[in-house]
Ligand binder design. Structure first.
Ligand code: FES
Length: 102
């Protein structure tokens, strides 16, 4: 069953950038864009690369290994060589912290 898990302080969420966190035994990527927070798996669906080492432009994260791009809002794989979307997680903000439903 799913649970809300505290992953990071709101103050530590980067602006127009991405940071990695660990939660419930998973590696997640946490993104801050225009005051909103998004969460995806951190490991690319194509190979063993970390999206937190990639390049965030708007709502698109570019994988550092083969430049595949995902939409961080829905996890959609946007271009080759990606064949599989990335998992996204619901977010809630409470008492100055970011919670992710895992
Ligand atoms: Fe991410 Fe290949 S490992 S695009």
């Amino acid at each position: 069953s799913k649970q809300w898990t505290k992953v990071i302080d709101c103050a530590a969420v980067p602006s127009a950038d991405v940071v990695a966190v660990e939660a419930a035994g998973r590696e997640l990527a946490i993104y801050g864009v225009d005051g909103e927070v998004y969460a995806t798996d951190n490991i690319c669906t194509h190979g063993h690369a970390r999206l937190c080492d990639g390049f965030l432009e708007g709502h698109e994260i570019e994988c550092p290994l083969h430049q595949g791009r995902f939409d961080i809002r829905n996890g959609k794989a946007l271009c080759e060589p990606l064949a599989t979307d990335i998992r996204t997680y619901p977010i809630k903000i409470e008492d100055g912290s970011v919670y992710v439903e895992i």
